[in-house]
Design a protein around this ligand. Sequence first.
Ligand SMILES: *Cc1c(COP(=O)(O)O)cnc(C)c1O
Length: 425
Amino acid sequence: MTTVTEDPNITMDIFAEHESEVRSYSRSFPTVFKKAKGYKLWDTDNKEYIDFFAGAGTLNYGHNNDAMKQLLMDYIESDSITHSLDMATIARGNFLKKFDEVILRPRNLDYKVMFPGPTGTNAVESALKLARKITGRTNIMSFTNAFHGMTIGSLSITGNASKREGAGIPLTHSVSMPFDKYNSKADSLSLIESYLENSGSGVDLPAAIIVETVQGEGGINAASMEWLKGIEKIARRFGILLIIDDIQAGCGRTGTFFSFEPAEIKPDIACLSKSLGGYGLPMSITLFKKEHDVWEPGEHNGTFRGNNLAFIAATEALTYWENDNFSQEVDKKAKLMHKFTRKVSKDYPQLKAEPRGRGMMQGVACHVDGISSKICEEAFQRGLLMETSGPKDEVFKFLPPLIIDEAGLQQGFDIIEDSIKAVLK
Ligand SMILES: *Cc1c(COP(=O)(O)O)cnc(C)c1O
């Protein structure tokens, strides 16, 4: 009998034959995976891969975390509630209670928690709806190279032209402004302020400004803390709501639980997903200040808002945030990544490279067409999963699980350097 984990009949041909052309990561990483643990994966040829991809930032706590796995197995074994829409369950209650105790209260964040559908884009859509409902305005201000998801509302505030084209309809009710340092000749903050002040600018007062503190898909562009403070100031001055999309940069990716903590700002609305479910299970939440809780019951609904397995793992994941140890560990590894991105940029001038990012969300932008994609392909051959980012795929991007050890990081760096050498040869 073949088992799910050892079935020799599953080859790449099956995906090419049956699965739509829309598939993407099975093209970047063309092998059949069968097993994963911590920061490693294995394919059906038993080849080992170091994971510098982490499910695009969904696996901050690594693959198949032991503590979460045990709790999930116990939960399933005891026939506890698996699906429940938004009915009250112990798993849901435990998550809410611990999220308040470990995350919100110590940070003085007096937020209500909303469970939209379990994807990131659903959290974003709910945030946009809420901002429009609160203010009675329609437009949303977003930024160059922003990525917020693939449904219509999220696409309307996304920068990337090819993703926008996929919508197939005009994307409206949004206005795009330059992200921090997008244009070195213009100061983004004063530009935005002048557009809002000037009655001849053609920019209507928006309901909300939505921003990623570090643009994940858009090229690992890290906003400065001054810029983020400035954006909050503009939002307050004009009575615009501030939404932070912390779907990729949050859950500890930059060292603090929320990526906006070091900027000392307090968004009106914040979106979390990706690593929130801890084990890679789908889950997302939208947080907002209590005075903004103007929803009617059921006004934003969804069948899968009660993913109790995700609540179990997500609650366990919060244990990492009960003290500062994990944060400090992330900072330490972020420094090693920082050092490596500088070293690569200096040692390989042919790459025309520029280090980017913050925390354990870093990358190297190469201003030579196509070279970052080639480096990722070489790295895959050598046993490293790493993806590109940016409008021209110009950035090779490091997003390992936060629990990776220093030896694992170094192994990844060595593969990257070998790959760069091979591409430049
Ligand atoms: C991944 C991502 C989303 C969309 O999440 P999905 O679960 O893919 O819908 C939105 N915003 C940011 C910043 C993301 O990285």
